[in-house]
Design a protein around this ligand. Structure first.
Ligand SMILES: C[S@@+](CC[C@H](N)C(=O)[O-])C[C@H]1O[C@@H](n2cnc3c(N)ncnc32)[C@H](O)[C@@H]1O
Length: 232
């Protein structure tokens, strides 16, 4: 996709600006801060604590994009010695030249020079084949689907523990925030499963409730007042 431009957000980490949509991939207050707060802390860490620290879990991401959330989940798996099966849908994969310039690994590795695990993980997240499960490293298996969420087939035997819902904002991509999509997310989750997103729109909260989720409004990452979590 050539309509994206690399930008540096306020915490020093990169994001992308989508020139047609006039929208960034992350909060300009800090891409890394946002991903850590919304998806890792309020999603992954929360689910794991709530469930009694299981050592295996399955994550589904809507909009794999730069791979930042996948990289942070892989880092979480490495640090805590747990296994994660990660599935991501992304209809518009980024060009290699764009991915190669992203500074996430450098931002994350500042305290651990010489450790190439994150670098290799990030590379493999983007270079491995689509449409089949691939072991990125022993604790992290990735399946990438080049498809829109709307077209993703629900498979009743494949339920997830956590959904990282990281679509473009509702005012830019309304079709991904419709009730039918929220209901699809509900079906994708196991009982007790967690849906997290950076948005805190009133309509989203109403739709999550009507789909059957228990909904919480939580403090957002720096620069954003609120975010939303739903538990099935
Ligand atoms: C806000 S960006 C976030 C990307 C990614 N999570 C990241 O951290 O870089 C939204 C992503 O959703 C993808 N997307 C666009 N339409 C989609 C659709 N219909 N289904 C799933 N993903 C979609 C975009 O290409 C983009 O990568």
């Amino acid at each position: 996709m050539s309509s994206v431009k690399i930008i540096t957000t306020e915490d020093g980490s990169h994001s992308l600006y989508h020139q047609d949509l006039k929208e960034t991939y992350h909060s300009f207050h800090g891409a890394l801060q946002e991903s850590r707060h919304v998806f890792i802390d309020k999603g992954l860490r929360y689910w794991r604590t709530k469930e009694g620290l299981p050592d295996f879990l399955k994550i589904f991401e809507v909009g794999l994009g730069t791979g930042l959330n996948a990289l942070l989940a892989a880092q979480f798996a490495m640090d805590s010695g747990i296994s994660i099966e990660y599935t991501g849908v992304e209809p518009f994969p980024l060009e290699e030249a764009t991915i190669d310039q992203l500074n996430y690994v450098a931002q994350l590795e500042s305290g651990a020079p010489g450790d190439d695990r994150l670098k290799n993980t990030f590379k493999r997240i983007h270079s491995v084949k689509w449409e089949e499960p691939v072991e990125i490293y022993p604790y992290f298996e990735l399946t990438k689907h080049q498809i829109k969420l709307e077209d993703y087939n629900l498979n009743s035997s494949e339920n997830f523990d956590i959904i990282f819902f990281d679509a473009f904002a509702p005012n830019k991509q309304a079709e991904l925030w419709e009730l039918s999509i929220i209901q699809k997310c509900y079906k994708l989750l196991k009982k007790g499963g967690v849906f997290v997103t950076y948005s805190a729109k009133g309509q989203l909260k109403r739709d999550l409730k009507s789909a059957g989720f228990e909904v919480e409004t939580l403090p957002g990452p720096p620069g954003k007042k609120e975010m939303v979590r739903g538990v099935k």
